[in-house]
Structure formats: structure tokens, C-alpha cells
Design a binder for this molecule. Structure first.
Ligand code: SF4
Length: 506
């Protein structure tokens, strides 16, 4: 026999039952007034109270100075910057980065209602606040670091620096070459000219007309910027064809196509995060257009120094940052660099393979005599010094065999199949680089390097997973940088709540 459960019964089935069940009615016609005690909308230990309390400790005078409405004069009161910051921080901590969504949540979500005191907030106000106070946001981040430092959460003894690609708010099919960009720009300019004709706005309301005008002007500005960025991209490429084929996005011209962790390519920004190893607090965050990390270490350390007014004692990075230039730069600043680095021989096995050299004739098969400063080849011939090339952190000494020896040699096809005579490069590292390589051979340095992943990748993963910042919502280097900063300060405040905040009742 079929078992009757509340879930299985439809309205028709209930009627057909011999035993009529009695259900609680749902009355959607009624009107109801309920008292709301705003203070009790959220529990005493709700994190939103922690965010409000922490933001309240920050000196927001830079924000208040920008407010034009003052007591005793006409004008609508401005929204309190403490509230706006708390709203954004709480929203980001919940993975919400849309101003419209926050505005909606303020209507019914108890945590948002508690923050606003049941006031509605227009999404334009929220959206503008997020991007209109660049200097204020930088200052806010620094002050937060000051407060965390005072709580003992930052030591700067060891900082892990890492980079991560975050997708731009532009798809790959928005990338165009110069010809297409100029055509679109011409069309946008014509539209802007047409806007001067009163008939243009006749068929729509003034509000819609204004919005359309703004959209067309912004499009024109974006396309003009796209042409400027195109020149930068061309400047970074070598070869005439590569320069001609250069493309930029028409929706976010400052985005660059970068390699993703999954091996694919996408329009992105390179987000650089410096994390203090003590309690995994982010002490510096920046955004770059470069797909490579090599040039990002020095700016990263500069940012930490500017934010905390102190240079880190030690910086730990992966192989993407460990170049000789960076070793020299950190040595000069007195920063202890820990990182992984390949052997860095001037003539690697890969190069030899590409040149078609037989493995039996790789540089290791040539014997160097320091006294005479010559090499002896496998055929017993001498390679003499033939100039040197100085590079940052390394000098490459070149040695060349006698052309006649190689021409007559029976090993020629194996030793120098492309062009004779055979040459060898002996690289000599600068003392700072040699000391770094020797240090990285020690057990202690290897142990420190082993801790890098856990510290450096934690905030990275948190920002992507919890805040949901896998793709930027804003466009352009400055705004994207601000979005990254919002994410970082949200992360830091959450660290403070986790490690230090004690709700008042507790
Ligand atoms: S090709 Fe030249 S360098 Fe190579 S083994 Fe012969 S003589 Fe020596």
C-alpha cells in the first residue's frame, strides 16, 4: 500500500482522501505591522558588528573633508563614509561585488539593514563611492595596516610575495587591430556630433537621452585610449609583422592577454600580493599589465614600504621573480631574498639541442684551464678568449675555437652543425648572485622556501574563493587596482575579526 506523506499529497489528492486533514492556512491577503528592533536584527557576535567596529577605529577625515553638505545649510545629507565602507567590506566578504545587489540586500537582509538602520541606499551612490576616492582608499588601507600592526598581527620579518592573473571585464573577442578600432572610433565621433542635433533626443525621455549621451562619450574615450594602448603593445613586440598584428580590447583597452593557470589565455590583469608571514595579513597589493612576474618584485617591495613605512626583512618568492636583477636589487636594499632559481648557464641543454649539437659535445665536454684562460675541446684543440658581455649580476666570457681546426675536424657535424667555429660561454655570477645561490643550497633557506606556498597562496585563494574575485567587475588599470584594494582590505579586516575581535557581550 502506498504511504501517504505530507510531501506526496497534492491538493486534489487531499480532497479525495476519506479522512480530511487540517492544514495551517497561508494568508497572503493580510496586511501586518511588525515592530523591528534594529539592534537585534543581527546576533551580538555577528561579523557585521566587527566590521562596523573596526571601520569606526579608522580616521576617515579624508572622506569627511570631501563632503560638501554641512549642518545649517541647504542640501541632502550625505551618506556616512563609515557606513559606505562597512557596506562594501561586508558585501565583498560575502562574495558580492555588485552595487545593485547590495542596494537590493539593504531592503531585506538583516545584516545590511542593521548597518543602514533600515535606510534604502541607491546603487549609484554605492557604485560611485567604490571608485571615487582613490587616495582615500589608499589611505584607508594604510591605516588598516597600522591598526593591525598595533595589534601585533604584522612583523614584516618575512613577507611572501606572489602574483596571480585575474580576468579582466572584457572578452577575447573584443580585441581588434588598429583598422577596426579607427572605424569604430570614427562611428563614435559621428554619434557624438549627432548628439548636438535636438532631434536626436526627441524620441526618448531626457533621462534616457542623458544616459545615452554619456554612453557614447565613454565609448569614444575608450576607443581613443585603445589606440594609445595599441602603441604600447606594439612597443613591447619585436618584428614588423608582430607589431602590425597587435590588438587591444575595445571594452577594456588596458587589459592584456595573459596565460592562465589552466594553460589557456584570457584578457587579464596581473595582481601582485605581498603577505606578511606572521598572521597572513596582506601588506601590499598592486595590479600590473605585465604577464611576467620578473619586473614586479621591486614595485611590490616599494608598496610594502610605502604602506607600512618599513622595509621587509626577508622576501620569499617563486622562480617567476628570481632573476639576477632582482637578487641585486634586494641585496642593495638590504632585503634578504629567498627564492628558487635554475642553474642559469649561458648555454643550456635546450639551446644546444635547438642548435643540433650532439650531447657528447655540450659545454660540459669542454675542459676549462683557469691558468691559461682557455678551453680544451673533445678533439684536443684550444678555444681562446673572445670577448665578454656584462649583464646585471653576471658576466659572460666567450671562447672561440680556431676556424681552421673546426673546418678540418671529423666531429664538426656533431659539435657545430650550424655555423663554425665552435664557441663556448663561461658565465661568472656577481658575488651577490653567487652568495644567493649558495644560500639557497642550505637546509634553512630550503625550509623557509617550503613555507612560501601555504602563506602566499592563502590570501590569493581567499580572494578568489570567498570574495569571488575571479574576474574584475570594473575596467581600466586604476579602477581594477581599487577593486583589488577593496578585496585586500576586506581580507585584512576579516583576519582581524578572526584573530582579535571579541564581541562586546563576550
Ligand atoms: S669542431 Fe672544433 S671545437 Fe668541436 S671538437 Fe672539432 S675542433 Fe673541437
Amino acid at each position: 500500500m502506498r504511504e501517504n506523506t505530507a510531501y506526496e499529497l497534492t491538493a486534489g489528492e487531499v480532497k479525495r482522501q476519506s479522512r480530511r486533514v487540517r492544514l495551517k492556512p497561508i494568508n497572503r491577503e493580510q496586511m501586518m505591522l511588525r515592530p523591528v528592533e534594529v539592534e537585534r536584527l543581527v546576533a551580538e557576535d555577528h561579523e557585521v558588528r566587527g566590521i562596523w567596529e573596526f571601520v569606526g577605529r579608522v580616521d576617515l577625515s579624508q572622506y569627511y573633508e570631501e563632503i560638501e553638505v554641512v549642518e545649517g545649510e541647504a542640501g541632502r545629507p550625505a551618506m556616512d563614509p563609515r557606513l559606505m565602507i562597512s557596506l562594501w567590506v561586508y558585501a565583498y566578504s560575502k562574495g558580492i561585488s555588485s552595487a545593485r545587489e547590495i542596494s537590493r540586500l539593504c531592503e531585506y537582509d538583516p545584516a545590511y539593514q542593521w548597518l543602514t538602520g533600515l535606510e534604502a541606499i541607491n546603487y549609484h551612490t554605492l557604485s560611485d563611492f567604490r571608485v571615487e576616492h582613490k587616495e582615500g582608499l589608499d589611505e584607508l588601507f594604510m591605516q588598516i595596516l597600522g591598526l593591525l600592526s598595533a595589534e601585533g598581527l604584522i612583523s614584516l620579518e618575512r613577507v611572501m610575495h606572489d602574483g596571480s592573473k585575474i580576468k579582466a571585464c572584457a572578452s577575447a573577442d573584443t580585441f581588434r587591430r588598429e583598422e577596426k578600432i579607427r572605424a569604430h572610433l570614427e562611428a563614435a565621433r559621428e554619434q557624438v556630433e549627432q548628439m548636438g542635433d535636438p532631434r536626436w533626443a526627441e524620441e526618448v525621455s531626457p533621462r534616457v537621452a542623458k544616459a545615452r549621451q554619456r554612453a557614447v562619450r565613454e565609448k569614444q574615450q575608450r576607443l581613443e585610449m585603445a589606440l594609445q594602448e595599441l602603441e604600447k603593445v606594439r612597443g613591447s613586440k619585436s618584428g614588423r609583422e608582430a607589431k602590425e598584428q597587435a590588438r587591444v580590447s575595445m571594452t577594456d583597452p588596458e587589459a592584456r592577454v595573459m596565460k592562465q593557470p589552466d594553460g589557456g589565455y584570457a584578457p587579464s590583469y596581473n595582481v601582485q600580493i605581498s603577505t606578511d608571514a606572521k598572521e597572513k595579513v596582506i601588506v601590499g597589493i598592486g595590479v600590473s599589465q605585465s604577464g611576467s612576474d620578473y619586473g614586479e618584485l621591486v614595485p611590490g617591495v616599494d608598496r610594502v614600504e610605502a604602506n607600512v613605512r618599513q622595509e621587509p626583512g626577508q622576501v620569499v618568492v617563486d622562480g617567476g621573480f628570481t632573476s639576477r636583477d632582482n637578487i641585486l636589487a634586494m641585496s642593495e636594499r638590504g632585503v634578504d631574498l629567498i627564492g628558487s632559481m635554475g642553474t642559469g648557464t649561458s648555454q643550456s641543454a635546450g639551446q644546444m639541442k635547438r642548435r643540433g649539437v650532439d650531447p657528447g659535445f655540450y659545454p660540459e665536454a669542454f675542459h676549462y684551464d683557469a691558468v691559461s684562460d682557455t678551453y680544451l675541446c673533445p678533439a684536443g684543440k684550444i678555444l681562446r678568449a673572445d670577448g665578454e658581455e656584462k649583464r646585471p649580476g653576471r658576466t659572460n666570457y666567450k671562447y672561440r675555437a680556431c676556424a681552421r681546426d673546426c673546418r678540418r675536424c671529423s666531429f664538426r657535424q656533431k659539435c657545430c652543425p650550424q655555423n663554425g667555429p665552435r664557441s663556448i660561454v663561461r658565465g661568472v655570477d656577481a658575488p651577490e648572485v653567487a652568495a644567493f645561490i649558495a644560500k639557497m643550497e642550505t637546509h634553512e633557506a630550503k625550509k623557509i622556501y617550503g613555507q612560501r606556498g601555504a602563506v602566499a597562496e592563502f590570501p590569493n585563494a581567499w580572494i578568489k574563493e570567498k570574495i569571488g574575485l575571479r574576474q574584475f567587475r570594473l575596467r581600466g588599470l586604476v579602477k581594477v587596482g581599487m577593486e583589488a584594494l577593496w578585496a585586500a582590505l576586506t581580507y585584512n579586516i576579516k583576519q582581524w575579526i578572526r584573530l582579535c575581535w571579541r564581541p562586546q557581550w563576550a
